[in-house]
Design a protein around this ligand. Sequence first.
Ligand SMILES: Cc1ncc(COP(=O)(O)O)c(C=O)c1O
Length: 426
Amino acid sequence: MSKIFNLIEQEKERQKNGLELIPSENYVSCDVLQALGSILTDKYSEGYPGRRYYGGNQIIDEIEKEAKELVNKLFGTVYANVQPYSGSPANLAVDLGLAEPGSVIMGMNLVSGGHLTHGAPVSFTGKLFKAVQYGVDQNGRIDLDEVEKLAQENSPKIIWVGLTAYPYKLDFKGFREIADSIGAYLAADISHIAGLVVAGVHESPVPYVDVITTTTHKTLRGPRGAVILVTQKGLDRDPDLSKKIDSAIFPGLQGGPHNHTTAAMAVAFNEALSSEFKSYIEQVVKNAQVLAAELGIETENHLMLKNVGVGRGYLVEIALEAAGITVNKNTIPNEQSSPFYPSGIRLGTPAITSRGMKEDDMKKIAAWIKQVLEEIKDYDLPKEQNQRANFIKEFRAKMAENENLKKIKEEVKEFTGKYPLPGVDE
Ligand SMILES: Cc1ncc(COP(=O)(O)O)c(C=O)c1O
């Protein structure tokens, strides 16, 4: 399979030579990679520790128990399911475990910064359930009065609070009051901010919510996967909560757990318990503050959204990529265009901070971004829908040949060369 190993080397070079500003990405340690690439991938273990449907699971049981114990210690929760294959099935499992298909659930809509699995019409969470969606106000902030009004009118079984592209803090207490007023479960999806919660730079949802989901591969710096956590508050409200979550994952939604991932999660949770991890997250937030200020935007966490003009997000993503800077196009609050041709870009600092970059580096990065924005300021997405795909193709080719962008790419490469790539260089 030399072709695949060759492609892996190429991807390693891409990661090394570029600036990774996608806020949901990060670099794992060598230890996490080692566990992930281990022979644990060979084993089947449907079921849970002590209750498996396959033999030979004594050691797997110990690994899963260790991962559960470490993640509960990390967040201060009382029960954990570490088997979800990723964030999306974890969220669907919570819906299926706590509400019947066809019943009402509520979450933030995609264009306001919620995730697809918080009830978007194109997601199974929006197809299997009657999803009521709240948005943000003119300032881009969640309006709890609107959330309360929608909750009162629709009586959802579950209210979701979580973010994928929302640069402000979440008010878990405010959501709890609303959930209590209608007897709903409150679920927090902290996939993006999990590391910030661990480090104490974002309030923890644990005192307020019943259930928490989080991916493990973003600010937590673990393998691609997810966990579902149950709080003491949740268990007090519903003593069967853990059982409902467990059976929603297996046999409800999944088969055998990915044991190599479970082991890698345990390694990452142990790393996240260290004081170095806390310092790392504090730096992520400091870096985000500087990057946002330099770009003339706001953030209260690790990510930010920049409005780049109606429908221009894709163009900016392509031009930045040609300059060695990776971001993703993103809808902005009160979006005037569409999710595929949105008006913004989303940036974040978790990955570049893992490489060791600090506040002064953010100023350099912001300057490059501004140069790229200037370089393409005269380009606009065609108004006619049927011309767009071709325009994008030509634009991409033009950007790849643009001498100014090539020059920035070289500067970026020289700059990133000074920072080791975790998991590869250290
Ligand atoms: C808040 C949130 N929840 C869930 C997910 C889904 O995770 P996955 O891509 O692992 O399915 C994401 C992914 O970006 C997310 O941001």
